[in-house]
Design a protein. Structure first.
Length: 511
């Protein structure tokens, strides 16, 4: 064997060794981004090129994309364009000495990246069964042009790269799917384990009892529900109770506060948006798509613009959505629960709310009562939240004293349950003992305790406080309503039957 043959043989052996090392590195890398980075760096060195680029084929969008271009930003373009596009479409190898003189070359990529391509060698990336998944390019050979030998080397490297990329994509998809399942499962059990069950709607008053019965009746239906009530009355809690008692409990519960969104973002938040609608905007799913199969809770529905109302009505009628900037209809299966503290009928008269949408939303109506209308439930609610915050803050349980309970029952609670929760949280942080006295309450609340139980000495338990205060309030209501039981029951937030039962229990008679 002469010297030349020995030199060629050594070169081939060295090349084979380098290819083997690269293949071993690729086979051990499972992160897709790191793998693509590894491939282009190794190809650049192996081929004595200035740059290498991997373009992967996105068949759904019919685009070629690259996140790796040795420092360049992500590149995306129509899969039919450029030499890379030709290779991806036909599967042929293309080797050109002057890319800018080739009519197939996509010059826009150089303009966008600021790079000057001269010589270019491109081969297809194929799966084992032959399906093309992208294009592998090397650019600007350091000395001269890419040879036929270079073509064979890049083909061999591309074959191994395609296998490694497919494996990494499968691993990535499995990880993403596993993480999604884990997150959904974690969220499911966190929510389902009683956090939003009807047991957490505290109260034994007639109004609360009626709400609980209605939730039980409608939870497994698909009808839309409108929940109204003052701020802080627990409208979202009622919505979650409906969802988590329904057959949709293992599907998403998605909440959107319509009042918290700028007008320009309402439609994209509800219906989603397509990539490229505005500079820097990426494709994003809307709340309808996210809630598909589950429940969408639209809080402060009365604050939606008339334009958004019209589009929402169309979705409710046709059960399909379209992304902002998109034309493809997307079917959705979503139950709508909406809430507002506004009087929508008055808003309709003012021209601020669509009447047809109102009746679409209000198939079932739930009115959450303010605390002043369910005063008998206030001690139970207060002690419930005291217990929860004590557990949360890892301290001994606390209870309201009889006088503190009386003051809470007599206070109007303009912020309703939210205000009561905040007061109980403050008490857990500020009171050192296990019993909350009247003087521990906020000044606005404790000033209302003077009405409590004027006719008896301090009773021994909370039940006595509640009973005495109920007697007093019933007598006062009857007197103010001139002993009209129907009017007195309405003033107390009771049904007439409920009032009569309490009057019998306390032996209260009317003239």
């Amino acid at each position: 064997m002469d010297t030349t043959d020995q030199s060629v043989s050594k070169g081939q052996n060295h090349l084979a060794e380098e290819l083997l090392k690269i293949c071993q590195k690729m086979s051990s890398e499972r992160d897709l981004g790191s793998l693509l980075d590894l491939i282009v760096n190794e190809a650049t060195k192996l081929m004595s090129a200035d740059r290498a680029t991997l373009f992967l084929l996105d068949r759904k969008r019919s685009e070629l994309w690259s996140t790796i271009a040795l420092g360049s930003k992500e590149i995306r373009f129509d899969a039919r364009l450029g030499i890379a596009g030709v290779v991806a479409q036909t599967g042929q190898t293309i080797n050109v000495e002057d890319a800018h003189q080739d009519p197939r070359f996509h010059k826009d990529i150089d303009l966008r990246s600021g790079y000057l391509t001269r010589g270019l060698l491109a081969v297809p990336l194929r799966k084992h069964e032959g399906e093309i998944i992208g294009t592998f390019e090397v650019l600007n050979k350091a000395t001269g042009s890419f040879s036929q030998n270079d073509e064979e080397i890049l083909k061999a490297l591309a074959a191994q790269a395609a296998i490694a990329i497919e494996t990494a994509q499968l691993v990535e998809e499995m990880k993403r799917h596993g993480a999604q399942l884990q997150e959904e499962n974690s969220q499911l059990w966190k929510e389902v384990e009683g956090r939003f069950a009807t047991q957490n709607i505290i109260g034994t008053s007639a109004k609360i009892h009626a709400i609980l019965q209605l939730i039980h009746q409608i939870s497994n239906s698909t009808v839309n529900v409108l929940i109204t009530g003052e701020s802080g009355t627990g409208k979202e809690l009622a919505a979650k109770a409906i969802h988590y008692k329904s057959q949709r409990t293992r599907k998403p519960f998605v909440a959107l506060n319509c009042a918290a969104l700028p007008e320009s973002l309402v439609e994209s938040e509800l219906f989603g948006i397509e990539r490229g609608v505005a500079t820097g905007v990426e494709r994003r799913m809307g709340k309808f798509e996210v809630a598909d199969g589950g429940t969408l809770f639209l809080d402060e529905i009365g604050d939606l613009s008339l334009t958004a109302q019209a589009k929402l009505l169309r979705v409710l009628q046709e059960r399909v959505i379209e992304h902002v900037g998109g034309r493809k209809p997307i079917p959705v299966d979503v139950r709508i629960l909406s809430a507002t503290n506004k009087n929508l009928e008055a808003e309709i008269k003012k021209g601020n709310f669509r009447e047809d949408l109102y009746y679409r939303l209000k198939v079932i109506h739930i009115q959450m009562p303010p605390l002043r209308e369910i005063r008998e439930d206030i001690p139970s609610l207060a002690n419930y939240h005291l217990t929860n915050y004590c557990r949360e803050m890892k301290r001994e349980p606390m209870n309201l004293s009889p006088n503190a309970a009386s003051a809470c029952m007599n206070y109007s609670w303009p912020g309703n349950v939210r205000e009561l929760e905040n007061e109980m949280r403050r008490l857990v942080l500020s009171v050192s003992g296990n019993t909350v006295a009247q003087e521990d309450l906020a000044e606005a609340i404790r000033g209302n305790g003077t009405r409590a139980i004027p006719s008896i000495s301090v009773p021994s338990c909370l039940k006595d406080v509640v009973s005495e205060l109920e007697k007093q309030m019933i007598r006062e209501a009857l007197q103010q309503c001139k002993h009209n039981q129907l009017h007195a029951a309405k003033a107390l937030g009771l049904s007439r039957h409920g009032l009569i039962k309490k009057m019998k229990r306390y032996s209260i008679r009317t003239p």
